[in-house]
Design a protein around this ligand. Structure first.
Ligand code: CTP
Length: 401
């Protein structure tokens, strides 16, 4: 694999035995024509020497945040700006924990917080540490923020036991990063709008009508669009998810607020995907004070919300490609096709309700994609990240028509 246009890689090395393998990683990138700078923690330097790193990278090693007389004064900021991407390999439980929790007490952890470029981390640690819920949760947090975790492998570990925790081989890390950097950014120059998550319709100051949507499908779609180079706005209902810093995230609570934001960003968008589970009804009035309990029960009058997808579909400008979702429990295909037509959109993604691995509040999904010419593609059950890739590929194939 060769470097088309010189790209800048920062390799962060932390203190694990796999640090010796990061030397091969430096060589692989240098041989392919990348410019490489390295930052290593003090613990990493117990395993590999500054001289070896500097000889291989042909650049000065950065280890100290407060070094004087350096060519770059605030070098964690300068390095973050210089880098096209950062690879932390090996990534110990410690650096994963620090980054997930926003701690910055040395050159590498500070650099990571200052960086808004793609970040890859290749964990390496003892299998019990790897399996610890704290480490797992930290990795999940980082992934949700858009960090690419190049997962560890199972095998014989340096501590003498067998299990999951070996760092991925340098050749594979190199291939993954190159594929990402050199990957076709098919959607460069396109603007995209995605809606995600539930909406909360307030009954009084403490109660609302909501639903179980986690927002994950919409977030994965936004990430995949951004990975393909699109400029993405994500209008999100209340969720616990986070997204990459290069996505313009707009938080809303109610269907009305979501409508307003989508109307604001919709006209400029070339690709629109409405994945939110928008409430169809909202209380006619929201009580100013908490509603007290009465013997006779309570009736709440609900009024219809505005259909965002349908409004965008009927106001569409030429060149826009609009995708909606359908969740059906009966006459699935027929109802989904009906929505495609009635809402005047290009693609409808039908969430299967018959598969226990699909739907609301689950990490996996299974969808059927139908376009207005009648093309139908039935996907397999897989992670929502993979389903997002499948949907975006389908959308790209329609754009190129
Ligand atoms: N949608 C929307 N605004 C609404 C309701 C729905 O943008 N007020 C969008 C959803 O984001 C989804 C699609 O419309 O992309 C279909 O939502 P769904 O709930 O399946 O269909 P509805 O049109 O609400 O019809 P019904 O609930 O009767 O099936």
């Amino acid at each position: 694999m060769s470097n088309t246009g010189c790209k800048h890689i920062v390799i962060g090395i932390t203190g694990g035995i796999a640090a010796y393998k990061s030397l091969s990683l430096i060589r692989l990138f240098k041989s392919a024509g990348y410019e490489v700078k390295v930052t290593a923690t003090q613990h990493a330097l117990e395993f590999v020497t500054p001289l070896t790193i500097e000889t291989l990278s042909q650049n000065k090693l950065y280890t100290d945040m407060f070094e004087h007389g350096h060519e770059m004064d605030v070098h964690h900021i300068a390095m973050a700006d210089w880098a096209d991407c950062i690879i932390v390999a090996p990534a110990t439980a410690n650096i994963i924990g620090k980054f997930a929790n926003g701690l910055a007490d040395d050159a590498l952890s500070t650099l990571l917080l200052a960086c808004n470029k793609p970040i890859f981390m290749a964990p390496a640690m003892n299998c019990k540490m790897y399996a610890h819920p704290a480490v797992q949760q930290n990795m999940q947090t980082l992934q949700q923020r858009g960090v690419h975790i190049i997962d560890s492998k199972s095998g014989f570990l340096a501590c003498g036991v067998e299990g999951k925790g070996r760092m991925e081989e340098p050749e594979q890390i190199f291939a993954t990063v190159c594929q990402f950097l050199d990957g076709e950014q098919t959607l460069k120059g396109y603007k995209a709008l995605v809606s995600a998550g539930p909406t909360y319709e307030p009954i009084d100051p403490v109660r609302f009508i909501g639903n179980h949507s986690s927002g994950l499908m919409g977030y994965e779609l936004a990430e995949e669009l951004a990975r393909q180079g699109a400029e993405v706005t994500l209008v999100s209902g209340p969720t616990h998810l986070s997204c990459s810093s290069h996505i313009n995230r707009v938080d809303v609570k109610t269907a009305g607020e979501m409508f307003d934001q989508c109307m604001h960003y919709g006209p400029a968008a070339d690709i629109i995907i409405m994945a939110a589970a928008v409430a169809d009804y909202t209380p006619k009035v929201t009580a100013n004070q908490k509603i007290k309990k009465h013997e006779e029960g309570l009736n709440i009058e609900l009024v219809k919300t505005k259909d965002i997808l349908s409004t965008l579909g009927h106001q569409r400008r030429e060149g826009q490609l609009i995708t909606g979702f359908a969740l059906e429990t009966e006459n699935e295909l027929e109802n989904a096709k009906g929505k495609l037509q009635n809402k005047n959109i290009d693609i409808i993604v039908l969430n299967s309700m018959n598969n226990p691995k699909a739907g609301f509040n689950k990490p996996t999904n299974q969808v059927t994609m139908i376009d207005k010419e009648g093309q139908l593609i039935q996907g397999e059950a897989k992670s929502k990240a993979e389903v997002a890739k499948e949907i975006i590929q389908f959308i790209i194939s329609k754009l190129n028509k």
